[in-house]
Design a protein around this ligand. Sequence first.
Ligand code: MG
Length: 380
Amino acid sequence: MSGLVILGATGSVGRQAVEVADLLGVHIVGLAAGRPSEKLVELAESHPDAAVAVAGGSGEERERFASRLGGRVSFGSEAVAELAATSGALVLNGIVGSAGLASTLAALSAGNRLALANKESLVAGGPLVRAALERGGGELIPVDSEHSALHQLLQGRAPGEVESLVLTASGGPFRGRSLAELEAVTPEQALAHPTWKMGGRISIDSATLVNKGLEVIEAHLLFDIGFDRIEVVVHPQSVVHSLVRLVDGALLAHVGHTDMRVPIAYAITHPERRVLDLPPFPLAGLRLDFESPDLEAFPALDLAYRAGRAGGSMPAVFNAADEVAVAAFLQGRLGFASIPTVIESTMASMSGAFAGDLAEVMAIDAESRSVAASMVAGAC
Ligand code: MG
């Protein structure tokens, strides 16, 4: 490995990846973010060998940013994808949203190891991602905590030994509430996730179970397993990160801290394990609860299974519609309980046809967004 490239470096996962890399002594050779920010300047200054790429920003913002960091900065989404294709690099993709797909494809096409925290890459562009992985001969290690757990549990297992995968869901802040009780919840309440500290969209997606739905699709693509062999169980403590049922009845669980630095470190060091400065996970007094998800109150999970089974571009439609609905909810333009309604009606008006390349995926993504936006307008 020639070093680590961190995409989405100023985001929640990106910042923790920088921390882990510094702790493990892994050389950071690239940093990318969506916008030129003070935080990115700081990261660039503390990592003087890193090339820096910024996807967005106005002309003036870019000029000011470049004047502080000099010739190692490049701009535009192509610059981010180019950084992802750095020869021999390990690329951690912590970009949020479908904007991360281009970099995922660039990293895998270049034969790099990709530590993937951008779940939309797999959800929106699953077949393309798998093709790029095969063509480029790179490696794909999930960073999402549940999939990291599954990746770890599946080491050394033959496919015929696995009965099913069990994804755990915290249930979010509204676990136990009825559909009617969800009508009046506010963005502030939805952003208060009980166990994980995360960014805005993913917190809302956890509250609606959309996040778990995306993760079901992600698991299907990562581990090449049918949807009828992927289960979801609500586990409020979030200390069991996922489980694998084996054909002989054994049930393997991955248990530990709710700390993203663990899956980040695993993705960077796999197949080795390195020391992280975490205290031993306390077992005494530990209580574990499991319950079935309430599909009536949280219908988005079922919609995700439907999108996944439909295949083609339907998962991309599901994802894009959710992004629009969540943004509208956070701006107070859409009720919480209407998020799945917007997703469902957007799915109903899109064909879900297979997308053959990145341009087609992005076109379907854009079309889904405009359909979803009209559904939002209609729901108000
Ligand atoms: Mg997760």
